[in-house]
Design a protein around this ligand. Structure first.
Ligand SMILES: [Zn+2]
Length: 94
C-alpha cells in the first residue's frame, strides 16, 4: 500500500500536507468513535467487535486531518476503510 502524504488545498490550490490520520469505528447508532493508534484493536474490542469483525461489516472509517501550508485552511476527510487486516496495523500487539 502506498499513501501520498501530500494533497492539494481546496481553498487556494497549493499543496497541503496531512497532519495525521486515525481510524474510527462506526457504532450501531452511526456515531464514529476514534480508535487511537497503535491500540486500534484494543479500542475496537471495547465496542464489542474485533477489527476483523468490524471490517467485515464495513464499520472502520479513516479520518484524515490536514492543514494547508499556504493559507492555513484546515480540513478533514472521512473515508470508509476497507480491508482492515494486519498489513494496516504493523504495530498491533496481541
Ligand atoms: Zn490553502
Amino acid at each position: 500500500m502506498s499513501v501520498s502524504c501530500v494533497g492539494t488545498c481546496s481553498n487556494c490550490g497549493t499543496k497541503r500536507f496531512w497532519l495525521s490520520d486515525t481510524l474510527s469505528l462506526q457504532l450501531d447508532d452511526g456515531e464514529l468513535k476514534c480508535l487511537p493508534h497503535p491500540s486500534e484493536s484494543y479500542h475496537c474490542q471495547k465496542y464489542g467487535l474485533t477489527l476483523g469483525q468490524a471490517s467485515d461489516r464495513g464499520r472502520p472509517y479513516r479520518e484524515t486531518f490536514y492543514v494547508c501550508r499556504s493559507c492555513g485552511r484546515y480540513g478533514q476527510t472521512i473515508q470508509r476503510q476497507f480491508a482492515v487486516d494486519s498489513t494496516f496495523f504493523p504495530c498491533e500487539v496481541r
